[in-house]
Ligand binder design. Structure first.
Ligand SMILES: Cc1ncc(C[n+]2csc(CCOP(=O)(O)OP(=O)(O)O)c2C)c(N)n1
Ligand SMILES: [Mg+2]
Length: 205
């Protein structure tokens, strides 16, 4: 196997490098473990037939949402993602019991049990879903950023999507509008190398 070239920037100082105390790191770890344990249990309940519809787990990606959340002003900024959304909801500050109630279709869920795993919503914490149409959250999230600019409320939209969604046309239309109008949008691509069964090597240039 070819040896990877040494990183050229290793000796350079990276601007705006975040710092974290030991307490911060422990808190991040605790949040990641909460997501991992939540997802393990959700997977178990799905296998038992207690969660209807689909159930996409966030196992292995915990660090992304936990890290990004450090920049989110809770209840002020907006978060939107696709259907692999349980971790983002827990990070946004939603009550794990409420999220689990939603997964199991109960009235105590954040969307009264009607949204389920893929279409949960909680505007109180700034969580705008939970979307099953691959890539749609990028256009919707850009709309959230536009709303923030239009209302002048200084909010920022954090818009998550996957490597598969990155090949959708509306993603590029959204990028163009966001840059054209200088919208307060931050796009986060969660590249887990696969769009369902399609590897990124086979589908992305
Ligand atoms: C518009 C649209 N096309 C196709 C699908 C079927 N579909 C469901 S998940 C998925 C793959 C998405 O992959 P990615 O964006 O990488 O997200 P990941 O599951 O890896 O988090 C596809 C194509 C869909 N839901 N919506
Ligand atoms: Mg993917």
């Amino acid at each position: 196997m070819a040896k990877a070239p040494a990183a050229k920037t290793a000796s350079k100082k990276i601007p705006n490098t975040p710092t974290a105390s030991k307490e911060d790191l422990l808190r991040f770890y605790r949040e990641m473990v909460l997501i991992r344990r939540f997802e393990e249990r959700a997977g178990q309940l799905y296998g038992m037939g207690l969660i209807g519809g689909f159930c996409h787990l966030y196992i292995g990606q915990e660090a992304v949402a936990v890290g990004v959340q450090e920049s989110v002003r809770q209840g002020h900024d907006k978060i939107i993602t696709g259907y692999r959304d349980h971790g983002h909801m827990l990070c946004a500050g939603m009550d794990p019991k409420e999220v689990m109630a939603e997964l199991t279709g109960r009235i105590g869920g954040s969307s009264k049990g009607k949204g389920g795993s893929m279409h949960m919503f909680d505007t109180a914490t700034g969580f705008y879903g939970g979307h099953g149409i691959v890539g749609a959250q990028v256009a919707l999230g850009t709309g959230l950023a536009f709303a923030g600019r239009y209302r002048g409320d200084d909010s920022v939209a954090f818009i998550y999507f996957g490597d598969g969604a990155a090949n959708q046309g509306q993603v590029y239309e959204s990028f163009n509008m966001a840059q054209l109008w200088k919208l307060p949008a931050i796009y986060i691509i969660e590249n887990n190398q696969y769009a369902m069964g399609t590897s990124i090597e086979r589908s992305s240039s």
